[in-house]
Design a protein around this ligand. Sequence first.
Ligand code: SF4
Length: 438
Amino acid sequence: MSVSPPGPRGFSVVVAKLTSFCNLDCDYCYMFNLADTSQAALPNMMSSVTAQRLVSRIAEYDGQRGGGHRYQLVLHGGEPSLWPMGHFRDLGHAIDAARASGVAIDVGIQSNGLRPFSDEFIGWLRAMGAHMGVSLDGPRHLNDAHRVDRRGRGSYDRVLRSIGDLVTRGGGDILGGFLCVMDPSIDPVEFLDWIEQLPVTRVDLLWPIEYTPEHPPWGDAADEGAYRQRPRYGTWLTDVFFEWIRRDDPSVRIRLFDSVIGLFLGGHGHPDSLVNDAIPLFGVDTDGTYCYPDYFRVAGDSAARTDRSVHTHAVCELHTDAVFGDLLALDALLPTECGPCRFRAQCGGGFLPGRIRSSPLGVSTRPSVLCWDELAFFAAVEAVVHRFAPGREGEGDPRLRRRKTCGSVEVRVGVRPSRGEAVTAGDLPVYLGDELVE
Ligand code: SF4
């Protein structure tokens, strides 16, 4: 099939499913324990040939686009660190060859961190310049309520041992940080205390992906009004954000917070849960089949699978797929209700899973069912940023004692740590040193 070269908007993120099995059995896992059962029929592992074919497809795609683009190859599963070391070596050679021919491929890996990493594997990640994200959902009792192995045993202690060992062996630079699915049952103060004692104090907070238009967080339609008044995730995230601001510890990095502050100040970098003007990502299953982003796995059985494969189709051909077409131009689907919203630029219709319709499969033109949560969070961030942003009322105050760098923009904040204090966006008490400013 021959297709026209893609327009200026193309794919930049590729998620390679190196394995279709895992050594954990997390109850919320969208790969194995929700609507999608497709993994059971797939090869256990991506073959070395398929992985190398994928790299050549990325290089081919870059050439069709005129070259010079940057791609992020995310190694994923299942658990990708269980892929054979020989396959990693072969993949590394293919990436090196693509890079040598001028294709910019960055490598990342998402692991559960359960099994200790071998020296050879750490060396491979370092040689690739790869960063690793490790999933961990909070303090032991909360993490282990969901993230268990196949015998139902909690994973927390083993993950912390393995990551501590990685850091002790000098691999802390490889560790991008911990990925935590938001859990409003964790007290925000306890959550920040927990982050502060991690071996690496870099965390990203992920919105839950199980909420869809057919399964909103408020349950019955009649309950939406009450949910809107006190959205569960938005309220919790706001409390965590204020606690993070109060502590004012620049060594504790929470990517979602850094990104959203940067956006309010005119920055551009952000995770795919923000802005939502485009989701330039495709996945590849272990058999080489192209798939939609994992968010689609909650929409129904095999909902993320396409009828195209790296063995038979160029990446370019995904541009003729209607769902990918929607994802690459999400801003054209901005819900009417979002037009007047003052957080339109930061939110763009809301977290994508909350907009995915299962029939017909695609992106709905209604705001995400996490809209109320996102509104609450954005309002809180806006209240803080307006107070301390350069050019605003806090600018130039010599008492401001801390600096946080958010992308290319610097935000200065100075807030006295004060635990357990009830604070809302409307009446945030701000302290500089011990002095109450307002
Ligand atoms: S906060 Fe709600 S209304 Fe505003 S852009 Fe996001 S989804 Fe739309």
